[in-house]
Design a protein around this ligand. Structure first.
Ligand code: TYD
Length: 193
């Protein structure tokens, strides 16, 4: 099973992705958390040259770097029947962020066509002003105008791909309970098939 968390910066997706992994492990299930950009060579390069130094600004080049990082991410993860993989960001991040910076969405989807379709996507939705307030760190994507566009694209994607939209202003516990409920329901539906 592949579960993805998406959302703008400061939406709390990392917190929820990690809590879900822990709760599933506590239930005796094998859950594995991983994130993009990865901690691998390409992910580190992105953090350094795109997010920190702003050396690479061409959004199409950036989209291709994220796609390359994603390919290594997928190769580093074990996909098996009894493992629940939890991804903190996936190709929808590229659609939303690089799309917001002008890269055509069709192109982004095309260069990410190697990526499998997740079983569940949670979109942590929050007003970017609130999201930014929760952050204690800024990088180059984290300006309001861009994040407003990013959020808009995410909400369109949610409709198109049937993502579960979560009101990220609710309490951590309330959100986590809702998420575990959806995951358990999806698992039992899948088992019953
Ligand atoms: P983030 O989840 O904030 O990671 P961290 O907290 O470890 O820095 O992601 C870093 C930034 O990368 C974030 O602003 C979104 C951006 N990003 C893209 O623009 N495209 C992508 O495909 C991905 C995966 C991330």
């Amino acid at each position: 099973m592949l579960i993805v968390f998406e959302g703008i910066d400061g939406s709390g997706k990392t917190t929820q992705a990690k809590i879900l992994a822990r709760r599933l492990n506590d239930l005796g299930l094998k859950a594995s958390y991983s994130k993009e950009p990865t901690e691998g060579v390409i992910g580190r390069f992105i953090r350094q040259e795109v997010l920190t130094n702003g050396q690479i600004t061409d959004p199409r080049a950036v989209a291709l770097l994220y796609a390359a990082d994603r390919s290594t991410h997928l190769n580093s993860v074990v996909f098996s029947e009894d493992v629940i993989n939890i991804f903190d960001r996936f190709y929808y991040s590229s659609v939303a962020y690089q799309g917001a910076l002008g890269v055509p969405i069709d192109y982004i989807l095309k260069v990410n066509s190697f990526a499998p379709k997740p079983d569940l996507v949670f979109l942590m939705d929050i007003d970017p002003t609130l999201g930014l307030k929760r952050l204690n760190r800024f990088d180059r994507f984290e300006n309001i105008e861009t994040l407003i566009k990013v959020r808009e694209i995410y909400l369109n994607l949610a409709k198109q791909y049937g993502m579960i939209v979560i009101d990220a202003t609710k309490s951590v516990e309330e959100i986590s309970n809702k998420i575990i409920g959806v995951v358990e329901e999806t698992r039992s539906v899948a088992k019953g098939r």
